[in-house]
Design a protein around this ligand. Structure first.
Ligand code: F6R
Length: 611
């Protein structure tokens, strides 16, 4: 999510850091900063931190007149998670002699902050990162050197992190550590580098080592030493990275969309992080407490792909929490003089947090006295600012115009919400909640498993990619997934596609079916499976070509479908998180086969800020 770059060597580091950050700007851009060990007139090194809100250009303006001079430093571009974008929340965070940049989410940060406060620590930001600077500074004072201090501090931390730490009390090294967020080490001659991503340092070295989970690296001018969290030394041989700089930005994938499709297991893990507890059999919403008994009406609104997430959300909340839900297109809702008022909850869903229709609907509902909440990806964007409560998806920046990881993280946030409401409405008992949460936590691994079908889907894409029209069918909570599959195909391949509730096919669209019409059907085992089978028989009787997304172990589907993509099984409420993945890949491979501009399809914008 955030971008990190660090340098130790004999060159002036500020230009190296800024150039590296420029290459990472696509990862996050709400604020930026650098920390450099700068010599004073007596030659003593002191850390100078320069940071500010806004794009990297703002930082460059700040640095123009007196850039920090020094040969050890680190930089950061931020994509906010804890704390809104502001000068105070920008990284690096400094406490005592210790400065830290961080990418990730510290799950136990509230507990750590409370215990540090009780020991007299004062904080100047709203971030989870600042507590790391406090912990390391305390440990450094206890002795043993900077690496040891970081190691002891991290033993207290739970969550995902990639951090780089420097201290003017230990100016001969910089320390990097990783758990669940990426970090790469660059090996130079008399200089070494660390970064969150390869592009940041590719101009300086192609010799790189990737840090693994729970590893700490100490970079000096002369070398890099790696150890684990227990302090045991680890040997790693650098690899030569062959990527061009353009490939490196996309982590070796051909398009940002493909990269983002493959990031979804990680992104969903981040949405869940620190918010589910099997022991408590509950989902926590960052301090938001919803009381179903006081909620007169619950309405979900959104546009496009986010509206499809809202449609799944209706199934989830109604099935799990037994609370009735209305869903509306934000662009329709706002012009209808909607019936909403005090005691009602309006939930807006938006990746960008800037969609004009969704924002206007939020303002309309709030103006009429309703409580307004959102599920959003971009922290402190206009929609969260206009709401009473915001639940962030933590998907990280989405660059491809066609939404993929934003969608699945919205689904994950809606599952959290449904569990939260279900526990409070009484509809979800403790045992069922614990089972559902356990299955929910297994979903990222199952998502990664589905990506293994990409080569098969590529073959299917070539076989059917010349069709003029596609039909997508699904039932229940996979009906919105059929809509989403059709939208993905339309927007990036420009092939006409329609999504339908499978039971509706006989009321009209069946007239379209002939031997030239591929019908993609989402039919995992579960409620409604038999009914979908009957619908497929109707397609087959008219020579339609069937591409089925089915559950592994389904021995019947092969007899009727022309192509079968098998996904792992999961409880019905969680299946949309898996069934959508083959549809994203199918749209992607068809568009790639056709050679369209996948990341920036014609006529589309990433965030629609006009009505
Ligand atoms: C489709 C897509 C759009 C957005 C829609 C709403 O792939 O990305 O349909 O979902 O424009 O955008 P947000 O979620 O930013 O409000």
């Amino acid at each position: 999510m955030c971008g990190i770059v660090g340098y130790i060597g004999d060159r002036e580091c500020t230009p190296i850091l800024i150039e590296g950050l420029r290459r990472l700007e696509y990862r996050g851009y709400d604020s930026a900063g650098v920390a450099v060990l700068e010599p004073d007139s007596a030659g003593t090194l002191a850390t100078r931190v320069v940071r500010c809100r806004g794009k990297l250009g703002n930082l460059e303006k700040l640095l123009r007149d007196s850039p920090p001079t020094g040969r050890v430093g680190m930089g950061h571009t931020r994509w906010a998670t804890h704390g809104r974008p502001s000068d105070e929340n920008a990284h690096p965070h400094k406490h005592g002699s210790v400065s830290v940049v961080h990418n990730g989410i510290i799950e136990n940060y509230l507990a750590l902050r409370a215990s540090l406060s009780a020991r007299g620590h004062k904080f100047t930001s709203e971030t989870d990162t600042e507590i790391i600077a406090h912990l390391v500074d305390d440990e450094l004072k206890a002795g043993g050197g900077l690496r040891e201090a970081v190691r002891r501090a991290l033993a207290q931390v739970q969550g995902a992190y990639a951090i780089v730490v420097l201290s003017d009390a230990a100016p001969g090294s910089i320390i990097a550590a990783k758990n669940a967020s990426p970090l790469v080490l660059g090996v130079g001659e008399g200089e070494n580098f660390v970064a969150s991503d390869v592009p940041a340092i590719l101009a300086h070295t192609r010799q790189m080592m990737f840090l693994e989970e729970g590893e700490i690296a100490e970079l000096t001018r002369g070398g890099i030493a790696i150890c684990d969290l227990a302090g045991k030394a680890i040997q790693r041989i650098p690899r030569t990275i062959q990527w061009s700089s353009v490939m490196a930005e996309k982590a070796g994938y051909k398009h940002f969309m493909l990269k983002e499709i493959h990031e979804q297991d990680r992104a969903v893990t981040d949405t869940l992080r620190g918010r589910v507890s099997i022991e408590k059999a509950d989902a926590l919403l960052d301090g938001i407490e919803l009381a179903p008994s006081e909620m007169k009406k619950l309405t979900l609104i959104a546009c496009g792909t986010s509206w499809h997430a809202a449609l799944v959300g209706k199934f989830l909340i109604e099935q799990i929490a037994r609370i009735p839900v209305e869903v509306d297109l934000a662009s329709e809702y706002r012009y209808r003089d909607p019936i909403i008022g005090p005691g009602d909850l309006l939930l807006a869903i938006s990746q960008s947090g800037e969609t004009a229709d969704t924002l206007a609907a939020v303002k309309e509902a709030r103006g009429k006295g309703a409580t307004v909440m959102c599920i959003a990806n971009v922290v402190d964007s206009s929609i969260p600012r206009a709401c009473h409560h915001a639940l962030y998806t933590h998907a990280g920046p989405e660059i491809g115009v066609a939404s993929t990881k934003a969608f699945t993280t919205q689904l994950a946030a809606l599952v959290l919400l449904a569990i939260h409401l279900g526990r409070r409405s009484g509809a979800l008992d403790e045992a069922r909640a614990a089972t559902l949460i356990r299955e929910f936590m297994a979903i990222p691994q199952k998502m990664a498993d589905v990506f293994g079908h990409s080569p098969q889907i590529q073959v299917i894409a070539r076989r059917y990619g010349k069709a003029r029209d596609f039909l997508f069918l699904g039932r229940g909570n996979n009906y919105p997934i059929a809509l989403e599959g059709a939208l993905k195909l339309k927007e990036i391949s420009y092939i006409h596609a329609e999504g339908y509730a499978a039971g509706e096919m006989k009321h009209g669209p069946i007239a379209l079916i002939d031997e030239h019409m591929p019908v993609v059907v989402v039919c995992p085992k579960g409620p409604g499976y038999e009914k979908v089978m009957s619908n497929l028989a109707e397609v087959k009787a008219r020579d339609g070509k069937i591409i089925a997304i089915a559950t592994r172990g389904d021995s019947d589907i092969g007899a009727i479908a022309d192509e079968v993509i098998l996904i792992p099984d999961a409880p019905a409420p969680l299946l949309p998180l898996l069934t959508v993945l083959p549809l994203q890949l199918l749209a992607y491979h068809i568009a790639d086969f056709k050679g369209t501009d996948i990341d920036q399809p014609r006529n589309l914008a990433k965030s629609v800020t006009v009505e």
